[in-house]
Design a protein around this ligand. Structure first.
Ligand SMILES: CCC/C=C/C(=O)SCCNC(=O)CCNC(=O)[C@H](O)C(C)(C)COP(=O)([O-])OP(=O)([O-])OC[C@H]1O[C@@H](n2cnc3c(N)ncnc32)[C@H](O)[C@@H]1OP(=O)([O-])[O-]
Ligand SMILES: Cc1cc2nc3c(=O)[nH]c(=O)nc-3n(C[C@H](O)[C@H](O)[C@H](O)COP(=O)(O)OP(=O)(O)OC[C@H]3O[C@@H](n4cnc5c(N)ncnc54)[C@H](O)[C@@H]3O)c2cc1C
Length: 669
């Protein structure tokens, strides 16, 4: 796999001292030897192909980034066809596209939200017409929902689709400036079509937002069609290669059949039939939210790989005069910054698998017309999306700072990693808003649990009461490192936070507020409750995985240490919530702080092996600091020398500005 000419001796020593075989762990992360082999073959297919070589992104203008993104995305489509069995499922496709497109996949939305919306919500006739065009890339689609004025509040979207029974067409309009579609990826310059969300009007009545397939550009010369105004929204925090766009519609007509009518219909005479469940329109967002949990695991794994490898190579500060400078990885404070994040990355890898499995089961049920678990899936995917993406967002910045000055250089890989990751906290549902959705589900479940209803798996614990939970925690013994006790403690904390938030909602209700007002008044507590619940799911799932995994004793021990670090560090970070209800005593919290510190040197032994197990190739990491061979300093110098500013010894600005300044007094001498 990774070929290294000369490995930095410090890094080599770390690898030699490890007690675990990273390859054993890699096989677990990537679902077995066969899947791992496929992943590596896909990587070889991309990285051994000269067509996928690019100049470093950091030295490109935005226009060059966009063009390079399109070039790579387009060749990835054609080359993919030759890869046969290597791309068997959606995950393979995502992995391949991420590798091949590198700088940014111009067709991500085409293959995800656009395709998914049609598959999920179109009539069979429309599917048969659109899907072959989509799959063969004869059209390029995106998902245009958000407007300048509203992203979160979907019922507030202003784009209109008025049905005209005379021509059997919908007439689409952007009636206000704020109704301009704003943000959709690949909308500005790339896409020919979009699934557009608009308020449906028929027979003089508004029926709320519905999806429509709208052609935006000519399939002959790519010009925008009459009635359509399109463009790029300009430079952003990151995503330089993506033409996130705007769209205005002016009396743009589309055939009636272009409405996605599997669940709700407009008959030729304009009669409206509503869907069996209004939330079905939101299914595509649920799908991407579940994928963001996976993106969070990979994002944090990438950040910790760079920071931990670099910390093994970097030496700084003599502890005592004349002594060799230690590797910064040897400082407990450095370990305390990075190892809980490493443990978190593993926790997220395991929980993302659970998320994907649950999504796939419930989605199949929904397709079969069984909507009983739709709320549970919404609560789960919203909570985990928000919880994992926020933790990764914060974690990446800690990783960057842990690399000192070099972490600030683009060569570290952190700036791009961060700016491309951080919108995961905003898009597909802003995180606070999503946690409030999860909380709504939790509050309802708690109520139903109290009434004796059978609750679905992820919230089944809410049908117990705190006394039972406390008894369970007590019966688990009081060894604070015992995983069973830790899960029980997190369960009680989640339950109490949910009860507290529910009480606040009830209190507001008894003061006469309606449900919406009461939920809003209690919203700070509700967010905290949803966070505690999502945290529990991650801890509990990690514990279940520990029990299921058939691995060597040494690896089992290391995974247990990671679990303990994740769970114990989590307690120290929100110790107030464990203390306030007496779930833990002050003495116990102090003991837990000490356990966290004691776990650090144990994990230190395998820290490099644990990040090697994530199996990032250098081309993927794209970081001078995180290189597998650890030859950081030589490469930093090489990288700086390749900067366009160093093309010439004397820069042209010298003649224009510096020389006149420096020489201004010469004639007077
Ligand atoms: C590369 C990435 C590219 C990015 C692309 C994008 O960003 S694309 C743009 C991404 N944009 C966004 O993500 C926008 C984020 N905004 C939203 O998703 C919605 O506006 C909302 C959920 C915040 C509120 O919705 P609302 O005002 O309609 O309603 P409400 O709060 O009154 O709830 C009504 C009921 O619906 C339920 N329910 C809701 N969602 C789901 C679901 N998915 N499934 C199942 N159920 C769901 C909810 O639980 C409630 O049930 P209850 O309690 O009555 O039994
Ligand atoms: C890089 C990127 C790519 C995107 N791609 C797409 C795309 O392809 N297609 C598409 O349609 N959209 C896309 N979006 C838009 C994205 O989905 C929205 O920006 C997102 O849903 C958040 O909505 P908003 O911008 O309206 O935020 P706002 O809702 O205005 O959020 C602002 C603040 O208000 C708070 N807030 C809002 N409502 C509530 C509430 N009810 N209770 C408490 N607090 C609240 C939020 O927590 C936040 O702090 C993209 C955005 C980005 C950044």
């Amino acid at each position: 796999m990774m070929t290294a000419k000369r490995i930095n001796p410090d890094l080599q020593r770390e690898r030699d001292a490890a007690t675990i075989d990273p390859e054993e762990l890699t096989r677990i992360i990537f679902d077995g030897a066969k899947e791992l082999d496929k992943k590596r073959k896909l990587e070889d297919a991309v990285f051994n192909d000269p067509d996928y070589k690019s100049i470093p992104l950091n030295f490109m203008s935005r226009e060059e980034q966009y063009e390079e993104g399109i070039r790579r995305s387009a060749i990835a489509v054609t080359k993919k066809e030759a890869l046969g069995d290597l791309i068997e499922n959606h995950n393979d496709l995502i992995s391949y596209n991420t590798l091949a497109c590198g700088i940014g996949n111009a067709f991500f939305l085409h293959e995800s939200m656009f395709a998914d919306s049609i598959k999920r919500m179109a009539t069979d006739e429309l599917k048969q017409k659109m899907m072959p065009l989509q799959q063969k890339f004869e059209i390029i689609g995106t998902y245009a929902q958000t407007e300048m004025g509203h992203g979160t509040f979907l019922r507030g979207l202003e784009t209109t689709a008025h049905y005209d029974p005379n021509t059997q067409e919908f007439v689409l309009n952007s009636p206000t400036v704020t109704s301009t579609k704003w943000w959709p990826g690949a909308l500005g310059k790339t896409s020919t079509h979009a699934v557009v969300l608009a308020q449906l009007y028929t027979q003089g009545k508004c029926h709320g937002i519905h999806p429509f397939v709208v052609q935006l550009r000519s399939l002959e010369d790519h010009k925008s069609l009459p009635g359509i105004t399109l463009g790029d929204i300009g430079p952003k925090f990151g995503y330089g290669a993506n033409d996130n766009g705007f769209l205005r519609l002016n009396n743009h007509r589309i055939p009636r059949e272009n409405m996605l009518m599997k669940y709700s219909q407009v008959a030729p005479d304009g009669t409206y039939t509503k869907p069996p469940k209004a939330e079905l329109t939101y299914g595509t967002m649920t799908f991407i939210r579940s994928m963001i949990v996976r993106a969070s695991a990979f994002g944090l794994a990438r950040g910790t790989t760079i920071a931990i490898r670099y910390s093994a190579v970097r030496r700084q500060s003599e502890m005592r005069p004349g002594e060799p400078e230690p590797q910064v990885l040897s400082y407990p404070t450095q370990q305390y910054k990075l190892f809980p994040l490493l443990a978190t990355a593993y926790a997220f890898f395991f929980v993302q698998k659970k998320m994907v499995e649950t999504y796939s089961v419930v989605n199949q049920q929904i397709n079969d017309g069984d909507y009983t678990r739709i709320q549970e899936l919404h609560g789960l995917s919203s909570g985990l999306k928000a919880f994992t993406s926020w933790a990764t967002n914060v974690g990446l910045e800690i990783c960057r700072m842990s690399c000192g000055g070099h972490g600030y250089s683009m060569s570290s890989g952190f700036p791009k990693l961060y700016v491309d990751f951080t919108p995961n906290c905003t898009y597909e549902g802003e995180n606070t808003v999503l946690l409030l959705q999860t909380a709504r589900f939790l509050v309802k479940s708690l109520k139903e649990g109290k009434r004796g209803a059978k609750l679905p798996g992820t919230v089944a614990y809410l049908s117990s009461n705190v006394t039972e939970l406390r008894a369970r925690a007590t019966s688990a013994g009081r060894d604070l490192k015992d995983p069973r006790l830790l899960v029980a403690l997190y369960k009680e904390r989640a339950m109490r936070q949910i009860m507290f938030a529910s009480d606040k909602v009830e209190a507001a209700r008894s003061e006469g507020l309606d449900l919406v007002g009461a939920l809003n008044r209690a919203s700070v507590h509700l967010v905290r409750a949803a966070n505690a619940h999502s945290h529990l799911l991650v801890v509990e799932n990690f514990h279940e995985k520990l029990q299921e995994l058939k691995v060597s004793q040494k690896l089992k021990k290391t995974l247990l240490q990671l679990f303990q670090l994740y769970a114990l560090d989590g307690i120290t970070n929100c110790s107030g919530e464990f203390l306030e209800d007496g779930i833990l005593s002050g003495t116990e919290v102090k003991a837990i702080r000490q356990y966290v510190v004691e776990l650090l040197p144990l994990i230190r032994v395998n820290a490099v092996a644990l990040v090697d197990a994530f199996d990032f190739r250098d081309e993927v990491l794209d970081s001078v600091l995180g290189r597998y061979d650890g030859n950081v300093y030589e490469e930093l110098l090489k990288w700086a020398l390749s900067s366009p500013l160093n093309k010439t010894d004397v820069h042209p600005s010298y003649d224009k500005y510096l020389k006149p300044l420096l020489h201004r007094n010469r004639s007077k001498l």
